[in-house]
Design a protein around this ligand. Structure first.
Ligand code: KG4
Ligand code: ZN
Length: 334
């Protein structure tokens, strides 16, 4: 089955073709980073308008990378939530309309399930059951994954998501959006032990997270040192990165101990972070990350997640439905 995957939930317009026999056949991503950079974060209305302009050319471009024509596509998977309402509606409307015109099935994919399943696209995928740490701009969740679609929430952030903490802290440091890669870059020459920042909620039992206090702790340190020297900037960035990574890894270790799972998947935009990737290797289990280019938002993960359900005979009605909020634990098992 050849599936066309469409991702428009936030600030990346992304398209991919995934085939049962051939695997990932082609993909294109257009990032709106430059459009939103001057505002320090994503402006929803600008995001939607840009998706409208970019999506159809990107579908054409992706098809042209392969030997396939539009009529070869068997089904369509588009992100239908969670995400920005207007942005989701662009992918859902175009995905649904194409499916109707081609008379093929289509279905809405849960964006975080797509992130969670991305490591299954790799040569050596994890075996079920496993623990998944989902760390993106909007979510920080620890899930127990029994099978595709069979998820239980173990813990989640009570305030900012890990990616959001990177983005907001970058803003405090005068770095641009998105903050994760900027902080990681600034941290390379810094000393992670220079500033004693908290590892929030690790001093008590449980698997929930809280990152908003970390950003405030950084803000207080910055205010004492203005104007920031390049050395202080690097040290604060490294200390912040290390605090977030330590916190995530401590909670992962707890989740592994609690569930007795043998494997851990770390996925979502923050999974691109090199310090997190290194530190996670010290954990007492096998750790799986998506391939580097499939950590942040992409169409391949949406095509693949949709493929798992569409090949099981599941598809959605003709209605154009999106779900800006959508609980991952409520999905149906495949
Ligand atoms: O999954 P994603 O592309 O979009 C959402 O679904 O939100 O995640 C984007 C988030 C942003 O907050 C970005 O700052 C963060 O992932 N991010 C990183 C890195 N690359 C992206 N955070 C830390 N280190 C990175 N290298
Ligand atoms: Zn994402």
């Amino acid at each position: 089955m050849l599936v066309l995957g469409i991702e428009t939930s936030c600030d990346e317009t992304a398209v991919a073709l995934y085939d049962t026999d051939r695997g990932l056949c082609g993909q294109s991503i257009y990032s709106q980073t430059e459009l939103h950079e001057q505002y320090g974060g994503v402006v929803p209305e600008l995001a939607s308008r840009d998706h409208v302009q970019k999506l159809v050319p990107l579908i054409r471009q992706t098809l042209s990378q392969t030997q396939f024509k539009l009529r070869d596509v068997h089904s369509i998977a588009y992100t239908s939530g969670p995400g920005l309402m207007g942005a989701l509606l662009v992918g859902a409307s175009i995905g649904r309309s194409l499916a109707w015109a081609l008379n093929i099935p289509a279905m809405g994919v849960h964006h975080m399930e797509a992130h969670l399943l991305a490591p299954l696209l790799d040569q050596i995928p994890p075996d079920f059951p496993f623990v998944a740490l989902l760390v993106s701009g909007g979510h920080t969740q620890l899930m127990f994954v029994r099978a595709i679609g069979d998820y239980s929430l173990l813990g989640q952030s009570l305030d900012d998501a890990a990616g959001e903490a990177f983005d907001k802290t970058a803003n405090v440091l005068g770095l641009s959006y998105p903050g994760g890669p900027e902080i990681a870059r600034a941290a390379i020459t810094g000393d992670p032990s220079k500033f004693k920042l908290p590892r929030p909620m690790t001093d008590r039992p449980g698997l929930d997270f809280s990152f908003s206090g970390l950003k405030t702790a950084v803000k207080l340190e910055v205010e004492k040192r203005l104007p920031l020297s390049p050395e202080s900037l690097a040290d604060i960035a490294a200390s912040f990165e290390s605090a977030v990574v330590d916190t995530l890894v401590i909670k992962c270790q707890r989740a592994i101990a609690k569930t007795k799972a043998k494997s851990l998947v770390i996925a979502g935009g923050v999974a691109a972070n090199k310090t997190l990737r290194e530190k996670a290797q010290t954990l007492d289990c096998q750790v799986f990350f998506p391939p580097d280019d499939l950590c942040t938002d992409n169409g391949a993960m949406v095509a693949f997640a949709g493929h798992q359900r569409l090949t099981a005979g599941v598809s959605d009605s003709l209605a154009i439905d999106v779900r800006p909020r959508w609980d991952l634990a409520r999905l149906d098992p495949v």
